[in-house]
Design a protein around this ligand. Structure first.
Ligand SMILES: [Zn+2]
Length: 562
């Protein structure tokens, strides 16, 4: 908790009212102890010493964004879903889980740095749930709402026998299901998540067979004042789940066009739906070796995770070859196209009817990056028919509604959590302006976004290596200092300054087959020593050692040794 005088005063700013969809000019907003104390026009309250003043002239104050669908047990990398592609002999699943546990701090900082001040983990594990508060209590961390393992009608083989790390718990009997719900109470789960999966050929028959388990779980959760989020991607499972009382559908329906009656049912029940438009396409792009990272993603997402995607089809080119072939098959392409167009039609129907839609990425799945994929999801929602006001609503107040916490966050209102963003441009005009963040105010503490991510020297070296392999010059230059110096080892200066580097490295955008493979890396304090093999320049691979020296969070010197 901050001292009682920890106040932020934002003066004369344009307030973005995401509920009434209005811009309100000339407002003063005062926060105290992490909450919004007043939202007024004109009046200037007496300010105690130590108040941080932010001049809001020409700026816009929006509530912090919510990603209503993430999974922290998954990294977003190629090793994260052994049930989809099994690479466990190259990286054991325990190592993958260990990576996400130890990198939580980095992932959370990345979320906050792009203005996401709340995340909803709709399927974690007992271990993660037990750690939730230690993360969310930090001043720079988003609000984390989380469930334990998701209760499911099907557990994929690699997830059996994982103990407290298991993200899935099988529903076998109604009494067993009720016990599973109660098991999460002691860890103060924020809600219950169900995976309503049908493996039968006859989907309706399978859905009805599993329905008593779904009903028992929802009933037990509601008796314990817990909301229920359901994964149901077929028209029939989604309908049965909502009829049984589901509060939050975490995906779109992608097998059939939804009926008007179903849309009205969602409205009547105030069911929240997160469409997750990009996650399935990301799987097929990554596995088909067709994923192209944007400059933004290369800057925002964790570089270690990105590297695993860029290295694909390594580490198993034979196995990957089969996936690449399957993903490019005419059948796969037409199935994907069909599911995608059904999702889009359904999305438009829901938007037009005014169903509560919450922006959610399903981050953590292969190719869908924590923090890094949020804007791709927004763009997909926009392309499918949402206007910018609707996007703002979906990304703020509706995210809060997903867990029933619209009185806690999601708009700039008295007594709500002081989670807000000061933007330098109008977010209603263009969603690109959502990235123009002057200040992230997290629990009443103002942060400069660039100060939130604290990349280690190793991550900086990896970030530029990723961008090199993605052939993205701007992303490649980003981790370098303006006055960077490049030497031939030990002391022959080859180049100085980022502008010269920009000219000299233009070739990376013009050499399509170029790839730099990391053979070995040693990290010592602020020094990273990479042994590299570069292919794509000619017939023979080039070998070099690069030594990166980091100063003040940027790469300041590089030494090359052939
Ligand atoms: Zn999910």
């Amino acid at each position: 908790m901050q001292p009682a005088a920890a106040q932020v005063f934002i003066k004369n700013i344009t307030l973005v009212d995401v509920e009434k969809k209005k811009l309100l000019t000339g407002y003063n907003v005062l926060t105290m102890d992490g909450r919004i104390l007043s939202v007024d026009k004109g009046k200037l309250p007496p300010l105690p010493n130590g108040t941080t003043e932010i001049d809001g002239a020409g700026k816009f104050l929006v509530p912090g964004f919510t990603d209503a669908h993430v999974h922290f047990f998954q990294s977003g990398g190629i090793y994260t879903r052994p049930d989809v592609i099994d690479l466990r002999k190259y990286q054991p699943h325990e190592k993958e889980l260990n990576w996400v546990h130890t990198n939580m701090d980095d992932l959370l900082r990345r979320y906050t740095s792009i203005g996401i001040t709340s995340v909803i983990d709709v399927g974690a594990s007992y271990t993660f749930l037990a750690q939730r508060d230690s993360f969310t209590n930090k001043d720079y961390s988003p609000v984390i709402r989380m469930t334990g393992p998701l209760l499911t009608t099907y557990v994929p083989e690699p997830y059996k026998n994982l103990g407290n790390e298991a993200p899935f718990e099988m529903m076998l009997t109604e009494e067993g299901v009720r016990q599973s719900v109660r098991n999460q109470l002691s860890l103060h789960t924020d809600f219950i998540k169900l995976w309503y999966i049908v493996t039968d050929a006859d989907i309706e028959k399978g859905a009805r067979k599993n329905l008593p388990l779904i009903k028992a779980a929802i009933e037990e959760a509601h008796q314990n004042k817990l909301r229920v989020a359901v994964h149901a991607t077929e028209r029939i499972t989604a309908q049965l789940a909502v009829e049984a009382g589901a509060d939050f559908l975490v995906h779109s329906v992608d097998d059939e066009i939804i009926s008007d009656a179903f849309v009205q049912l969602l409205k009547k029940n105030k069911t929240v739906l997160s469409p997750t438009l990009v996650v399935m396409g990301n799987y097929s792009k990554v596995l088909g070796d067709q994923y192209h990272f944007t400059t933004y993603e290369l800057a925002i997402a964790n570089p270690t995770t990105i590297a695993t995607v860029l290295n694909y089809p390594q580490p198993d080119t034979t196995l990957a070859g089969r996936y690449i072939k399957a993903m490019s098959s005419a059948r796969q392409q037409s199935e994907e196209k069909l599911a995608d167009s059904i999702m889009q039609v359904n999305f438009k129907k829901l938007v037009n009817a005014g169903v509560t839609i919450a922006t959610g990425t399903d981050a953590g799945n292969i190719g869908t990056q924590h923090a890094g994929s949020y804007f791709a999801e927004l763009k997909a929602m926009q392309a499918a028919g949402m206007n910018n006001w609707q996007l703002l609503e979906a990304s703020t107040i509706n995210g809060a509604k997903a867990t029933g916490q619209e009185n806690e966050w999601g708009s700039i209102s008295k007594n709500k959590l002081a989670n807000m963003l000061v933007l330098s441009a109008n977010p209603v005009e263009d969603i690109a302006n959502w990235r123009k963040i002057d200040w992230v105010i997290s629990k009443g503490i103002p942060f400069k976004p660039e100060a939130l991510i604290k990349p280690s020297p190793e991550l900086l070296a990896q970030q530029q290596l990723n961008a090199y392999n993605a052939h993205d010059l701007e992303a490649f230059l980003a981790p370098y200092a303006e006055d960077v110096e490049i030497f031939q080892f030990p002391d022959q200066l080859l180049m100085k300054g980022k502008e010269n580097m920009r000219k000299d490295y233009e070739f990376i955008t013009k050499t399509p087959g170029l790839y730099c493979k990391l053979l070995n890396r040693i990290v010592q304090g602020n020094m990273v020593i990479d042994q590299e093999e570069v292919t794509g320049f000619g017939s023979k691979p080039l070998h070099a050692v690069a030594i990166y020296l980091v100063e003040n969070g940027k790469i300041r010197k590089v030494y090359f040794k052939e």
